[in-house]
Design a protein around this ligand. Structure first.
Ligand code: ZN
Length: 199
């Protein structure tokens, strides 16, 4: 049943395909957009397209950036001997917001999940190991989520790194089980980082 013209329906459909946007919200957003000045809609559409076309992986840490190296990897003042391994760029942002972590990152873009058929080759793990072989790294802090997938990934990574002699640690489990890092407040994140244990 099509209450609206097909173009409005198309807009609602596209918006409701986004995570966290239900049919009602998609409808509300659609009407909001249709009432916005044309220039503002163009600004939004261009921002979406520019980001999609220009954003790529940092060639060092694999977070999303629009340059070859992200601002963190480029920053000489950061401690490049300490790498924190996170699942997503959102987790990186969560730790950056604490303003207390001085090292650099490595973004896996996922976690190992036998249930979903995601193996070690589906995440940026080979890239991490190559990086460890190339750079002078003293500690790898594994900050994957405390979900089953996050824990599986942490175990897998620590087993891979152990033989290299590089120190491997895991953030403390002050983080609720199954909790996504990005929703956890900064104090908890810092506590988890400070209370990390060597694996
Ligand atoms: Zn980077």
């Amino acid at each position: 049943m099509d209450y609206y013209s097909s173009q409005i329906s198309k807009l609602i459909e596209e918006l409701s395909a986004l995570p966290g946007i239900g049919a009602k919200t998609a409808q509300r957003l659609s009407f909001h957009i249709l009432n916005m000045p044309t220039e503002q809609v163009e600004g939004l559409a261009n921002a979406l397209l520019d980001a999609r076309h220009n954003v790529k992986y940092c060639k060092e840490c694999f977070t999303l950036t629009d340059a070859d190296l992200c601002p963190i990897c480029k920053n000489k003042a950061r401690d490049h001997h300490t790498i924190m391994v996170v699942e997503t760029p959102r987790d990186l942002t969560a730790y950056e917001k604490t303003g207390k972590y001085e090292g650099v990152y490595h973004v896996l873009h996922g976690a190992i999940s036998p249930m979903l058929g995601i193996g070690p080759n589906e995440i940026k793990l080979k890239e991490l190991m190559e990086r460890l072989g190339r750079e002078d790294v003293q500690e790898v802090i594994i900050a994957t989520n405390s979900s089953l997938e996050g824990e599986t990934t942490a175990m897998y990574i620590s087993k891979l790194i152990k033989p290299t002699g590089i120190k491997v640690s895991r953030i403390a489990s002050g983080v609720p089980v199954g909790g996504d890092l990005e929703y956890i407040d900064e104090v908890t994140l810092l506590r988890a980082l400070e209370g990390r244990t060597e694996l």
